[in-house]
Design a protein around this ligand. Sequence first.
Ligand code: FES
Length: 364
Amino acid sequence: MPLIPLAWTRAATALLRPLRALVAHSWLREADVDLLLQALHPAWRLNRVLAQVERREWVAEDMLALTLRCNGNAGGWQPGQHLQLFTELAGVRLSRSYSLTAVHGDGRIELAIKRQPGGRLSNYLLDHLAVGQVLELGQASGSLQWPAVAADGVLLLAAGSGITPLLGLLRQALAEGFSAPISLLHYVRSRSQRAFSRELQGLQLQYPNLQVRWAISAEAAALDELSGRFQVSHLSGLPGSSLLVCGPHGFVASVRQEWAGELQSEAFSLPPATPDAGLQPLQLQFSRSQLRVTGDNASSLLVQAEQHGLRPAHGCRQGICSSCTCTLVSGAVRDLRSGGLFSEPGQPIRICVSVPQGDVVVDL
Ligand code: FES
């Protein structure tokens, strides 16, 4: 039983400043301070963000919306950003990146979790996470934003769980009075995967400038639905020159190919690594681990490090969270997301999306 309410820990955040200064000067250990704070409330820490589950709600057959109340260490978060969620299962610390569908001023945040076939963390969260439980979160980041100038309207294209950041931005834009036309197309396999459909239908009634349509790919589409995967004809007649797209890499790439106007995108899966010159062996050196191995030019440095027994810090494995960042000592790597080549010694690289293009030394 907590000795104080979680809301008090938020109010007391400023009072912790002297303790932070003492920890910064190594006069106190953060772990000792955390033990004391934790005794007062299980979600209170000096610097780390912990949050308590307040509400669970199924918003699709395979998606659960969570409302969490954070301690006072979450600052400046915005809907549409993403964060890492950490938990420990059978002694193994697992994490995954989720998007913020709402950020409330009182410390509550909302996010939604889609079931991943075989996904240990998502299946645990969906099936076993209970109201009252405490989770650790990373700080939020991400650059998706509602367009600053969009008098002719905004187009939102989501596939699967790509709906979550766009819903966060949409909710905020409507609440702030955005009045130009908004068209949201959500691509799902089956009707039961239309996450937040009840809320979106309600928003359409409340805000005449919002139009929502679903595209169904694995069932026959109804008259008011689109059928199949994204085609440029789905956009015909929709007002707006600013487009936000979020979904798997293939979906985002196919929209990018067709859209010549202003576009912001977020892909939550990586393109497959396809080496131009075929699969080639190369030398990898993980300098801090004093490990030299034969690798290849097809898998990320993170995957290859793990294959050789290393356990590098990581989170999302998609180039989003930056928790796998290491220094490139020498050699060249290709960034799986952009295709860009990086070869400057001393530059930070995200090893989960960096594929070696020759012999590479990395500070790991
Ligand atoms: S693990 Fe998140 S950026 Fe690499």
